[in-house]
Design a protein around this ligand. Structure first.
Ligand SMILES: [Mn+2]
Length: 430
């Protein structure tokens, strides 16, 4: 039995005050879904099993290149971060794993394992960092890492990734995510082809160090920190990388790493079709890589992404098993509250996508009935599935209203007293 950080009695009391209304709302939604030929309990079962990983760096306050305004009671180290992740999991029952970033979260693997298992948490993909210089690092990544012109710098970056795999092995992780900041700020600064060649050679060395049951995720990003060209700039380049490396290499789609208006759901479909979709970093954006909370700006786009995922799931697409993780930066909210709500937003998009009448949709597509086809998607998207999400949480031991229970518990005030503010701290947007 794993430990709970928030008192179970407090969660029970909060749930008890909301349970009768939830049961009425659930029954009413169940009756309406039944008319559409959908069994509400079957949808709830699937939502209960749906999980999204928490990035360790997400529980700290983020920042922009202008400033970072630390919040109260910020985690001081990875062990504080694991406790914050445990709170999120306790109240949402949707986030059973934590994704570590090395070297930010470097610690004795046995201690890390113990700390996580105390709360029943596991470890998701490992993340390497060759986009900033660690203290005592011999060679700088100012001008790149895996694609750097200097062989010694590339070697150092490869070895760091191999070390991440070693740490991950000890923790029971099964994947390495590689995102690099390599690129250029001026036309002519870098030879595109040579830089990509060097990157591929370096990635092949990392791939060779991958255990048989691991996956390697490469993550594309259009711009930033390089503002003219980026080595792994889009899904096309990412697909070439995964193809070049082999069967254990997959593309990771971070929703914020695309130009505005790019049709991300279509990218997802293509990657599924060619068996190279590795997983997601969920977040939302208005202008660029804003790293806002998942579903906060364009929940319909999130739904359309899940429409593709559910289509693949229901059609039994071969090898389809994408990883789900949140990757967002919290500048003005309590990160724990944002992450709890974002996990629910991802589940909401999944639940809504499960409601799409796929047989009807296919019929309208065959008849070229564009209006009814799009209305079929809208009918699913318009359905308020909140009672399904809340019931899934209640049934699995979480909170009907996670933010209300969290605030009632006074967790932030408590940790603010125990964790004195530290200057700087490790943040980061990847
Ligand atoms: Mn990311």
């Amino acid at each position: 039995m794993s430990e709970s950080i928030i008192s179970a009695d407090l969660v029970d009391t909060d749930n008890a005050a909301r349970k009768a209304n939830l049961e009425r709302d659930y029954a009413s939604l169940g009756e309406r879904l039944d008319r559409r030929g959908i069994a509400i309990d079957a949808i709830r079962d699937k939502v209960e099993k749906f999980a999204v990983a928490i990035p360790s760096w997400g529980v700290g306050t983020g920042g922009t290149r202008f400033a970072r305004f630390p919040g109260a009671g910020e985690p001081r180290d990875i062990f504080d971060k694991i406790e914050d992740c445990a709170v999120i999991q306790q109240l949402t029952q949707a986030t059973p794993t934590v994704s570590l970033h090395i070297p930010w979260d470097k610690a004795d693997p046995n201690r890390l394992k113990q700390a996580a298992s105390r709360f029943g948490l596991g470890f998701d993909a490992m993340n390497s960092n060759t986009f900033s210089d660690a203290r005592d690092q011999k060679l700088s990544y100012k001008f790149g890492s895996l694609s750097h012109a200097d062989a010694g710098t590339r070697r150092q970056a490869v070895e760091h990734n191999l070390e991440c795999i070693e740490i991950g092995r000890a923790l029971g992780s099964k994947a390495l995510t590689v995102w690099i900041g390599d690129g250029s700020n001026f036309p002519g600064q870098v030879n595109f082809a040579k830089a990509f060649e060097r990157y591929l050679d370096a990635m092949k060395e990392i791939y060779a160090g991958l255990p048989a049951d691991w996956k390697l995720f490469s993550e594309h990003k259009m711009y930033e920190p390089a503002f003219y060209s980026t080595v792994v700039q889009d899904w096309g380049t990412n697909y070439m990388i995964a193809q070049e490396l082999g069967d254990k290499a997959f593309c990771l789609v971070d929703l914020g790493h695309h130009a505005p208006n790019v049709n991300i759901e279509m990218i997802v479909s293509r990657l599924i079709q060619f068996k190279k979709l590795g997983g997601f970093h969920f977040n939302d954006s208005k202008y660029g890589d804003d790293d806002l909370d998942a579903g906060s700006i364009d929940p319909y786009r999130l739904f359309l992404v899940f429409n593709e995922l559910v289509d693949a799931e229901l059609s039994g697409a071969e090898g389809f098993d994408p990883a789900h993780m949140l990757d967002q930066s919290h500048n003005v909210t309590d990160p724990i509250e944002s992450l709890m709500l974002s996990a629910a937003e991802v589940q909401r998009a999944y639940a809504q996508a499960l409601l799409v009448d796929r047989k009807a949709l296919e019929g309208f597509q065959d008849l070229n009935d564009a209006l009814m086809a799009t209305q079929t998607l809208k009918a699913a998207y318009r359905t308020d599935v909140e009672p399904i999400l809340a019931m899934a949480r209640l049934k699995t031991g979480g909170a009907i209203d996670p933010v209300a229970a969290y605030r009632a518990a006074g967790y932030r005030t408590k940790v603010a007293a125990e964790r004195p503010a530290v200057a700087g701290g490790s943040g980061g947007i990847v």
